[in-house]
Design a protein around this ligand. Structure first.
Ligand SMILES: [Zn+2]
Length: 106
């Protein structure tokens, strides 16, 4: 079974034609709409006529790190915009400034 524990293994996976194929299938299934925004009653979509969807990611609901067997399962994939994707993984574009004087107010 494949494992995706190192950065290299993940990179190889995301470059594979199997991933590119299933990723496209997920985008098509989700109508190129962010499923995270959809859950919040919003629609986030964008034109995809040239095959470029820079702001939409296909996310693994269960991480391939822990569930490598689900890496290519359509049911384990969902379309997310960058914003929702970052939110899910708790990645922030900015870092909270550390101000020790204000600690008590948090
Ligand atoms: Zn979204």
């Amino acid at each position: 079974m494949n494992e995706y524990k190192t950065k290299e293994q993940k990179l190889r996976f995301y470059k594979s034609k199997e991933w590119k194929y299933i990723r496209l299938e997920a985008l098509k299934r989700d109508n190129y709409e962010c499923q995270g925004c959809k859950r919040n009653g919003l629609v986030y979509t964008e034109h995809h006529d040239s095959g470029k969807h820079k702001r939409l990611d296909v996310d693994h609901i269960k991480e391939i790190y822990t569930h490598p067997e689900l890496a290519l399962e359509l049911d384990n994939l969902e379309t997310l915009c960058i914003k929702c994707h970052n939110k899910k993984h708790n990645r922030f574009m900015f870092r909270k400034k550390k101000n020790k004087w204000d600690d008590e107010k948090w």
